[in-house]
Design a protein around this ligand. Structure first.
Ligand SMILES: C[S@@+](CC[C@H](N)C(=O)[O-])C[C@H]1O[C@@H](n2cnc3c(N)ncnc32)[C@H](O)[C@@H]1O
Length: 270
C-alpha cells in the first residue's frame, strides 16, 4: 500500500488548487485540451449514477452533478477532499465525497454505477488490475469506464523535449515505478510514485477484466498562442500563467505529442 502519494497530495493540495484553473462547467481530461463538451465521451449523464475515482478537488464531480448525475467522488487525500467539499458547497451542489483507495471499492455494492470516471489519477494506483476488477464489479451491465492518464509517449519524451535535452528521454520499457518530485509554482514540493502504465498493460488489462474498449482519444493541446483571452478562459484545465516560459514550452510540446490518453471501456459481462 502506497501512503507516499496520499501524503504528497495532502502536501501539495493547496498550492495545486491555487495554481490550476479547473472548470466548474465542463469535465476536463487534462491540461489545455478539449473537455467533455467537445469530446462527448460520457453520453447524457442526466439521472445516471457516477463514481469518480481520484476526484481530487472535486471539479469533475461537481460538473457532473450540475448536469443532473448522482455522483460519488472518491479520493485517497483527505486534504483534497476538504477542498472538494468546500467547493461543492460554494457551487450549491450536493456531492458525496468519500476517502478511499481506487484499488479497493468494497464499500460499494456490485452493479451500482452507470459510469466510472477517472481523470489523471489511475497513474498513481499501486495495482492497475485491482482498479479494473473493482471498477467492473461496481459498474452496472453495459455501464462504462472513462479514464485518462498521462500518455506513455509524453512520459517517455515530453519532459526531455520541454528541457531541450534528449538525454532526459526515459526508457519506455523500464518498469520500475517512476519516483519524481512535483515542485509547485510557489516552491511547495512533494515526491510522487507512479505506475506509468504501458499502453499494452492498459489495453490488455481491460480485455482480461472482460471490458470492451469503446473509444480511445489522444487530444491535441489547444493552440493558445493564437487564442484570445476569452477563448483561453473557457479551456477546462489550464495553469495560471505565472510561469509563462514553462507553460508555453509545455504547450508547444503537447501540440506535437499528446499529453493525455483517454480510454472508454464498457462492461459487457459479469
Ligand atoms: C492529478 S490529481 C487529479 C484530481 C482530479 N481527478 C482532477 O482531475 O482534478 C490525482 C488525484 O488522485 C488521487 N489519488 C492518488 N492515488 C489514489 C488512489 N490509489 N486511490 C484514490 N485516489 C488516489 C490523489 O489524491 C489526487 O487527488
Amino acid at each position: 500500500m502506497n501512503n507516499e502519494n496520499q501524503e504528497s497530495w495532502n502536501t501539495i493540495s493547496k498550492s495545486y488548487q491555487g495554481e490550476k484553473k479547473i472548470s466548474l462547467e465542463d469535465v476536463h481530461y487534462g491540461p489545455v485540451t478539449p473537455g467533455e463538451r467537445e469530446l462527448s465521451l460520457l453520453d447524457d449523464v442526466m439521472g445516471k449514477r457516477v463514481l469518480e475515482l481520484g476526484c481530487g478537488g472535486g471539479q469533475n464531480s461537481i460538473v457532473l452533478t450540475k448536469w443532473g448525475a448522482e455522483v460519488v467522488g472518491l479520493d485517497i487525500s483527505e486534504i483534497q477532499l476538504e477542498y472538494a467539499n468546500i467547493l461543492a458547497k460554494n457551487e450549491g451542489v450536493k456531492v458525496e465525497f468519500v476517502q478511499g483507495r481506487m484499488e479497493n471499492l468494497t464499500r460499494f455494492n456490485d452493479d451500482n454505477f452507470d459510469i466510472v470516471l477517472s481523470s489523471h489519477a489511475i497513474g498513481y494506483a499501486d495495482d492497475l488490475k485491482a482498479v479494473f476488477m473493482e471498477t467492473k464489479r461496481v459498474l452496472k451491465p453495459r455501464g462504462f469506464l472513462v479514464f485518462c492518464f498521462e500518455h506513455p509517449i509524453y512520459l517517455t519524451v515530453g519532459p526531455a523535449l520541454e528541457n531541450g535535452d534528449l538525454r532526459e528521454v526515459r526508457n519506455y520499457f523500464d518498469r520500475t515505478r517512476n519516483v519524481w518530485d512535483w515542485i509547485c509554482f510557489d516552491g511547495t514540493k512533494a515526491t510522487f510514485n507512479q505506475g506509468d502504465w504501458l499502453i499494452s498493460e492498459i489495453i490488455n488489462g481491460l480485455i482480461e477484466t472482460g471490458m470492451q474498449i469503446a473509444r480511445i482519444e489522444e487530444p491535441r493541446a489547444y493552440d493558445i498562442a493564437n487564442m484570445d483571452v476569452k477563448a483561453i478562459s473557457k479551456i477546462p484545465y489550464i495553469s495560471e500563467f505565472k510561469n509563462q516560459e514553462y507553460i508555453s514550452k509545455f504547450v508547444q510540446v503537447i501540440r506535437m505529442i499528446p499529453f493525455s490518453l483517454i480510454v472508454k471501456a464498457r462492461k459487457i459481462r459479469k
